[in-house]
Design a protein around this ligand. Structure first.
Ligand code: CTP
Length: 404
């Protein structure tokens, strides 16, 4: 699968520096980004910064690399165009179809979703000319994000600030996976969902444990996307200390499989859906040594006896806390992925099973994921390699359809 191609248009406003962070977020989450600044944007942030951060050539005019016909090709090839910041002048040109530089030409040739993140002084934003231009762009299907309220260029404050790069990135992600309608979609409002994430650790003594390599990133992506779609989210997080708590999510930290079971059962009592993305240890040491286990000179190590952990997914699937509750499992497989996945779905009794193929360098700790979602109804939804957020959106699409 090719990386999604994103055009980041930058027009000439002081907030152009914030587009650097947006660019980083896009590239780090697996997008191929082509930055197209306007001439005046380069007064704020130079060409070298854009090309170094994007790894792609940067041009502002249609007269560079003319043999490649960039004024047509860049727009045609794009999966998404996002303009941040979009000045009043840029919005006016886009609304009227002017094409006097590479960015405005790209806007005319693009047939993919287009997002504008305006930034300007309050008076300029509120002017009827700007408001009519915004209305025109929205009527044609573009997503125009409302500017934020706060400190503007000088000491003045008001509406017109560029929204935080993280917020613009979030809109880009949703538009890429769900189309322009996904920008405002609150289709999970009123639902309570529980997500488990990370990997359990089963202690041998006060300093050692049996654990696994799950980073928790997929579970966190599930939590973030569900909140963005309006759901109330409880995230049962097993040993995910490196990850910041996602905004708006109720995080319950746990360590072992037994603690995870307790937290999931409690949160599931009034949940519409439970997604078990955590890697739960199937076994734990039979004995926990209160003091640190010491090696004995010349002696062979003692074998470690293990006992079974509860299977949380099988338990909540067999004994649903609410009728109609949707339960999703994850399976990491190294061989015969689909055959093993089907068998596991049946064994666990859940409604959906997301099957990942894992290996030394695949999936664990990375920002991208590739999977197949198997349904108990026989359905099979392939998810191409892409950001973990994209997989999360598909999981919630499938869950929402079953909850309703
Ligand atoms: N799971 C669970 N409780 C366990 C073990 C796993 O709830 N004790 C859940 C995981 O959160 C995941 C799913 O079950 O959603 C699949 O886990 P996996 O370890 O891949 O499956 P196993 O049943 O352990 O099968 P195997 O190890 O044989 O592949």
């Amino acid at each position: 699968m090719d990386k999604p191609e994103v055009v980041l248009g930058v027009s000439g406003g002081i907030a152009a520096y914030k587009a650097c962070e947006l660019l980083r977020r896009l590239t780090e989450s697996g997008h191929d980004v082509r930055v197209v600044p306007t001439g005046s944007a380069l007064h704020f942030v130079g060409e070298a910064t854009w090309s170094a951060l994007s790894g792609n050539p940067v041009s502002t005019e249609v007269w560079e690399s003319v043999h490649e016909v960039p004024h047509v090709r860049i727009g045609q090839a794009a999966d998404l165009v996002v303009v941040a910041p979009a000045t009043a002048d840029l919005l006016a040109k886009a609304a009227h179809g002017l094409a006097d530089d590479l960015l405005t030409n790209t806007l005319l040739t693009a047939r993919c979703p287009v997002i504008f993140a305006p930034a300007m002084h309050t008076e300029m934003w509120e002017h009827p000319a700007t408001q009519e231009n915004v209305a025109t762009l929205r009527r044609r299907g573009a997503v125009v994000i409302e500017p934020a309220v706060g400190r503007l260029t000088g000491v003045d404050t008001g509406k017109g600030r560029l929204p935080e790069p993280a917020e613009i990135f979030d809109v880009c992600r949703r538009v890429l996976t769900r189309g322009a309608a996904g920008a405002e979609g609150q289709d999970m409002a009123g639902l309570h969902v529980v997500v488990s994430a990370g990997g359990t650790r089963e202690p041998l003594d006060p300093v050692r444990f049996l654990g696994n390599r799950s980073s928790g990133k997929q579970g966190y992506a599930l939590a973030r996307t569900a909140v963005a779609r309006g759901a109330r989210v409880t995230l049962v997080a097993a040993n995910t200390t490196g990850l910041p708590d996602p905004a708006g999510v109720d995080v319950v930290p746990v360590g072992t499989a037994v603690q995870l079971r307790e937290a999931v059962l409690k949160a599931a009592a009034d949940a519409d859906a439970v997604v078990m993305a955590a890697a739960v240890a199937d076994f734990r040491p039979a004995h926990y040594a209160e003091g640190k286990i010491k090696k004995k000179d010349g002696a062979d190590p003692e074998p470690v006896a293990l006992v079974r952990n509860p299977d949380v997914l099988a338990e909540i699937s067999a004994d649903r806390a609410r009728s109609g509750q949707v339960i999703v499992g994850f399976a990491a497989e190294t061989d015969d992925v689909l055959v093993n996945g089907r068998a596991k779905l049946e064994r666990k009794g859940c409604d959906l099973l997301v099957v990942n193929e894992v290996g030394e360098r695949k999936t664990f700790g990375s920002d991208a994921n590739e999977a197949v979602v198997l349904g108990a109804d026989g359905s099979e939804t392939p998810v191409p390699l892409g950001p973990k957020e994209a997989l999360a959106e598909i999981v919630w699409d499938l869950v929402s359809r079953r909850v309703r």
